[in-house]
Design a protein around this ligand. Structure first.
Ligand SMILES: NC(=O)c1ccc[n+]([C@@H]2O[C@H](COP(=O)([O-])OP(=O)(O)OC[C@H]3O[C@@H](n4cnc5c(N)ncnc54)[C@H](OP(=O)(O)O)[C@@H]3O)[C@@H](O)[C@H]2O)c1
Length: 401
């Protein structure tokens, strides 16, 4: 009974989307159609509980995504990029806040996020557009970073708001394109929205990236160099050539001893992007130019751990108290202390696409896996120290388009 009502509900929602002439003229026949456009299931990697890699399960019967709002699109996934967040989310990181975001009124039971599909990066083709979608058409090649509260891209299809989606760079394959959106929109949010940088004010600014050889760092180096900044990077010694090839002007090896010592001999910085966290806050803000508007932006924040540990209300209060105390303490010393967060953004990806197609930013793919190898791909990301992104090739197109 439940599955029949789900089917009817799904088909009713299908009315919200632009549909084929068959569906416009005969909603009754669509209920029993076997065409691929009326599918109710799809292949996907899901998890049914949090844990290590053995919680991953492949199924051919994952729920087919449904257009719930008229500004949504369904994307057929060609390639899915992996991020350390996928490993963390598999283990339950952020579950309290993400569950609240999925179900703000707390109507469903705990655990209702399962079966959960991981995967934050997608490159693919629009399969279907909601009625209000003007900027995209079916068959457009697109890329997007998927918010962590939505079902992810380790699946044949994913539904997204059109605001989160952008046309894919023409110069990249789907596999290359899937390596960029999540790290790019995170770096964009941290550097542009939080750090106040733009292509017009970056020239000659001195920027320090702590942890420059990872996903966010490698994108940030390229974007800042394209905007004319002077970029200093910390990374391990064996990543030096890699980050220099991306444009880093000065490289400091964090494995050679306390990294703050060589950094403190350099001219002071206008902005620090911290991808490392931990003890870095104890010394990093001393490297900023005081009383000049210089900012420290860290991507490593306790926000989600606080809400996981203390619950939503107490976790948020603890978070607000922590960030306010730190911001005030550093403001008194003439520098700005900020937390940066990933923010999904189609418009940011539009600007990034132009930089990619102009040859200013390249995709750095270290290894690709097939759809059947999602667990191996996650295992690789979990080991860390990659020199480029890991990407899963999901589909090469076909019957559904
Ligand atoms: N707040 C948010 O919304 C948000 C969003 C995205 C990411 N993040 C966080 O941002 C951080 C970076 O993400 P990512 O995707 O770039 O991770 P990643 O690909 O795993 O890269 C991390 C890099 O940090 C380097 N590293 C480790 N310890 C270091 C140290 N002490 N000094 C300098 N470099 C060090 C590693 O370099 P080597 O291999 O050379 O050792 C590694 O390449 C992660 O902590 C992630 O959780 C936060």
């Amino acid at each position: 009974m439940a599955s029949v009502s789900h089917l009817v509900y799904s088909r009713w929602l299908f009315h919200l989307s632009k549909s084929t002439s068959v569906s416009r003229h005969s909603s009754q026949s669509r209920l029993f159609s076997t065409s691929s456009r009326c599918r109710t299931i799809m292949p996907a990697w899901v998890i049914d509980k949090y844990g290590s890699n053995d919680v991953l399960r492949f199924t051919k019967n994952a729920s087919f995504p449904v257009i719930n709002y008229p500004n949504e699109v369904i994307v057929k996934v060609f390639a899915a990029g992996l991020n350390p967040l996928d490993v963390s989310m598999r283990g339950g990181y952020g579950a309290a806040t993400l569950s609240m975001k999925r179900d703000p009124l707390n109507i469903t039971q705990s655990g209702s996020e399962f079966p959960l599909i991981l995967g934050r990066d997608v490159s693919g083709v629009i399969m279907e557009c909601g009625l209000d979608v003007k900027y995209f058409s079916e068959r457009d090649e697109v890329w997007a970073a998927i918010p962590p509260w939505k079902q992810g891209s380790f699946a044949e299809f994913v539904v997204l708001s059109a605001n989160e989606v952008s046309h894919k760079p023409k110069s990249l394959s789907h596999t290359e394109a899937a390596a960029i959106p999540y790290v790019a929109t995170t770096a964009w949010s941290a550097l542009v929205n939080t750090g106040g940088l733009s292509k017009d004010n970056c020239a000659k600014k001195r920027i320090l990236i702590l942890g420059g050889s990872g996903g966010v760092g490698t994108f940030a180096i390229q974007m800042l160099k394209a905007w004319g900044a002077h970029v200093t990077v910390t990374c391990s010694q064996n990543a030096e050539q890699f980050v220099r090839a991306l444009g880093a002007d000065h490289v400091v090896d964090y494995t050679a001893g306390p990294v703050e010592e060589p950094l403190s001999t350099l001219e002071k910085f206008d902005l620090i992007l911290d991808n490392v966290g931990g003890g870095t806050e104890r010394w990093a803000l001393n490297l900023l130019k005081p009383w000049s508007g210089a900012k420290y932006v860290t991507l490593v924040t306790p926000f989600l751990q606080n809400t996981d540990r203390l619950g939503i209300a107490d976790g948020m209060m603890q978070t607000a108290a922590t960030v306010a105390t730190k911001a005030l303490k550093h403001l008194a010393k003439g520098v700005h202390y900020r937390w940066g967060f990933f923010a999904p953004s189609g418009p940011a990806l539009d600007e990034i696409r132009e930089m990619v197609d102009a040859g200013q930013i390249r995709a750095v793919v270290e290894e690709t896996f097939s759809f059947s190898q999602v667990p191996q791909a996650l295992e690789k990301v979990e080991k860390g120290h990659a020199r480029g992104k890991t990407v899963v090739e999901i589909s090469k197109g076909g019957d559904d388009l």
